[in-house]
Unconditional design. Structure first.
Length: 305
């Protein structure tokens, strides 16, 4: 277990670590120990991994249960949609989806979220109780592939008691529209339904501004691109509050940028940690992605108290 204590903080940020382990040499019990580190740190980066898709999935499944897209919930199966589902990775391994900018001979993307900018958000942002983790494993990446992160615990804790009471009371209306998803998804029903099921909601929903992580950290859960207005506030009040909150969160000093390399395995919190993708040109990009909960981790922690 000594190898699991070998980690370094990311750029001197309060949360986030580089963890020096080889997942092919860890036991299931040690996967859970990595999970404990994740609960404390919100962001765990493990470089130089060599994982099959099934090994990647087994690591995630040791922590909890995946978010699964069921096509039959949205439309009747037909051969074309089955073909698309197989391409983007939703067929053989529960919960696994590919983030990929490659196309096949039919000019179809082989994964979701293939291009374009993604503004600050958490995934499953149209869900009141989201699954808490996303794991990404980089199979192939080119130069300048990056993801930005902001932890939203420290900005909350720096507030005065009065301001903390204010944000604790706030809920906002969340709604995505056609402009909120990558352009290619709007012309492909399967891709769009995957996004709606695992990422976003195309119906209005009231989201609390402040949420608590599994570890007990309280912080902002703010999806700026889907924001409509604050509940009980007029347009002027909502705009002023929105501007103030963004001034607290979106500071360059708060951002950690991860530059992807092949073999990177990253676990990121989906409660009080925001991420984004700035505009970038991808020459290569293939990531495996699983969105899952931490129910097994929490049971493990309880049983070991």
């Amino acid at each position: 277990m000594n190898q699991l204590s070998s980690y370094q903080k990311l750029n001197w940020h309060r949360f986030g670590v580089n963890l020096d382990v080889d997942f092919n040499k860890l036991t299931k019990q040690q996967f859970l120990e990595v999970g404990k580190i994740f609960l404390n740190e919100l962001l765990v980066v493990c470089r130089n991994q060599t994982l099959s898709s099934r090994k990647f999935a087994s690591i995630c499944y040791s922590w909890g249960f995946p978010q699964i897209f069921n096509p039959s919930d949205y439309y009747e199966d037909n051969s074309n949609e089955k073909k698309t589902i197989q391409k983007i990775g939703l067929n053989n391994i529960p919960g696994l989806v590919k983030i990929c900018n490659y196309k096949d001979e039919d000019d179809d993307y082989l994964g979701i979220l293939s291009d374009n900018e993604l503004a600050w958000h958490t995934d499953c942002s149209g869900v009141l109780n989201p699954k808490e983790v996303i794991a990404l494993y980089a199979k192939e990446v080119g130069l300048n592939n990056h993801t930005d992160f902001i932890e939203c615990v420290t900005p909350y804790e720096k507030l005065t008691n009065e301001d903390r009471k204010l944000v604790d009371s706030l809920h906002y209306i969340h709604l995505y529209n056609d402009k909120s998803v990558p352009e290619y998804a709007n012309s492909n029903r399967t891709h769009l339904q995957v996004l709606y099921s695992s990422e976003i909601s195309n119906e209005q929903i009231k989201i609390p501004l402040i949420i608590t992580s599994p570890r007990g950290y309280r912080g902002f859960r703010y999806n700026c691109k889907s924001f409509i207005k604050f509940v009980g506030k007029n347009d002027k009040e909502s705009a002023e509050l929105k501007q103030w909150i963004e001034s607290l969160l979106f500071k360059e000093e708060n951002i950690y940028t991860h530059f992807w390399k092949p073999g990177d395995l990253v676990f990121m919190d989906q409660t009080v940690l925001l991420h984004r993708r700035r505009p970038q040109n991808f020459d290569k990009r293939l990531l495996y992605r699983i969105h899952f909960d931490v129910s097994k981790l929490l049971l493990h922690n309880i049983s070991n108290r």
